[in-house]
Design a protein around this ligand. Sequence first.
Ligand SMILES: Cc1cc2nc3c(=O)[nH]c(=O)nc-3n(C[C@H](O)[C@H](O)[C@H](O)COP(=O)(O)O)c2cc1C
Length: 227
Amino acid sequence: MKILVLNGSPKRDKSDTLRMTNAFLDGMKDAGSQDVHVIHTVDSHIEYCTGCFSCMRNGGTCVHDDDMKAILDEILASDLLIWSFPLYCYGMPASLKALLDRTLPLSSMAMRKVGERYEHVEQADFSKLRYLMICGCGFPNSRHNFEPAVRQFEMCFPSSRTVITVPESPMFNAPEAESVTAPRLGKLREAGRQYAESGSISPELLSEITSPMIPEEVYAQIVNQSV
Ligand SMILES: Cc1cc2nc3c(=O)[nH]c(=O)nc-3n(C[C@H](O)[C@H](O)[C@H](O)COP(=O)(O)O)c2cc1C
């Protein structure tokens, strides 16, 4: 499977979230060989969308000449897009959001009603693409925290989409927390294997992965002692 990982963490390979994503990818590789390419969006030249819409009219192209052209080609050649990012202000980091905005050329201005909402008609064929969001965050609570980012992902990718959110993720880079992070990375690896084999993750496993690794009060206390 051709997998494109869009890493939105400016910490690049040191990203807490990318550690989870790598464990998930290891699980996918347990199930079969995978062709993986990681893009650190912070290192890509991605101009902001100007909102001119010229790309959406009659097969038009973007007014910017930057890395996004190659990234769009790579997206279209992929089977799976993994959006790996830390939660920033309840959303995705700016470099990844700039990339998301710049996927506009894949759609035309024309719109159609699907259920209760409108969506743009495709200008390119990305029907085979599947989408996975893997998101870490610094607070111990998932509710009242991840919802805006998850909702945005759901709206952008209404089908063929899977979401993994993990709270307390700075622990993945804390050696002293290994007794709880290693088992969690093991579960992420198992999730990757399930996903590669069946295209989904069992609700029980997903629920275990998305729960806090240590009680939230204990986590908050540890963090507060270090500041
Ligand atoms: C600018 C900024 C905004 C953040 N916003 C949130 C937030 O809304 N909720 C949260 O739980 N953590 C927030 N965090 C914490 C990060 O999500 C957390 O440190 C995460 O583990 C970083 O992951 P990474 O190593 O993959 O970049 C924020 C961090 C930064 C730097």
